[in-house]
Design a protein around this ligand. Sequence first.
Ligand SMILES: NC(=O)c1ccc[n+]([C@@H]2O[C@H](COP(=O)([O-])OP(=O)(O)OC[C@H]3O[C@@H](n4cnc5c(N)ncnc54)[C@H](OP(=O)(O)O)[C@@H]3O)[C@@H](O)[C@H]2O)c1
Length: 285
Amino acid sequence: MKVVLVGAQGMLGTDLQWAFQAQDVVSLSKAQLLIDHLDDVRACIRQEQPDLIINAAAYTNVDACENNVEDAYRVNAVGPRNLAVAAQEAGAALVHFSTDYVFAGDATEPQREFDPVGPTSIYGKSKLAGERLVQSLCPRHYILRTSWLYGVHGRNFVSTMLQLGQKQDVVRVVDDQMGSPTYTVDLANAVSQLVQKPYYGIYHLSNQGVCTWHQFAKDIFQAAQLDVRVEAMSSTELARPAKRPSYSVLDNQMWRLNGFAPLRPYRAALQDYLAQYQSLSGGVV
Ligand SMILES: NC(=O)c1ccc[n+]([C@@H]2O[C@H](COP(=O)([O-])OP(=O)(O)OC[C@H]3O[C@@H](n4cnc5c(N)ncnc54)[C@H](OP(=O)(O)O)[C@@H]3O)[C@@H](O)[C@H]2O)c1
């Protein structure tokens, strides 16, 4: 299978390079291909003639999206539109990533793939627009909504906590948002399984288990053996520009219905992340 991977130097993109290393992969960074430039995207795909395009590129700074609305839509909606057009022209399938932020976050039970959406942030709205463009322009799509991503190739909640834990005895973390932390390595490996068959459609994919950010911070310090007290605070106190969903749990129903085993519990994945993090940082947690 020939694969073109765009956004290849992002947090997830870098792990996708590893997960797909047995395939013939052309990995393109933002410097090599801007997905919001239609002519460049079409020329690239026409030249490479892949069987599969994987879009790991996105505008992911949720708060910055609120003040940079056009940039958010350019990368998160126009970009996937361009990839969908090029994929369709080349007869390639398209993998696209989306987010729990497409939901309003006021549910009381895990959200299924076909539940009504209702994003409240520009990031969520622009990602939903991207999903819809991919769905309408490239029928052979795999759209994967995931949540609370962390991996060693990007800044994320876990790396932030580990850095704070080196310097502080106490950290304050919100305890009124619930979700499922997801390790990029597990997600990337799951995608490499999924695309082996024409299981097209929309998927929720996250590690198993549910926690608040507050609980997750406690799990991180415990796993890293850092003696840090975690105090609870509210999202209102934190006052971020973009509203966060308070309940972000995704039921991985489509993954299950297609016969795949659930991703492992998030605490088990966290252990592997810490080992990878330590080996990259020379033993320092
Ligand atoms: N991070 C999370 O918690 C989370 C949660 C749910 C879903 N997701 C989704 O998962 C996917 C991967 O996220 P991630 O955390 O790996 O993101 P990331 O680390 O920010 O990676 C995104 C990559 O896209 C690149 N990029 C930005 N604009 C581009 C453009 N116009 N053309 C080509 N490349 C461009 C970025 O380059 P620069 O960094 O140089 O701009 C970066 O390398 C995204 O679709 C995201 O929406 C993420």
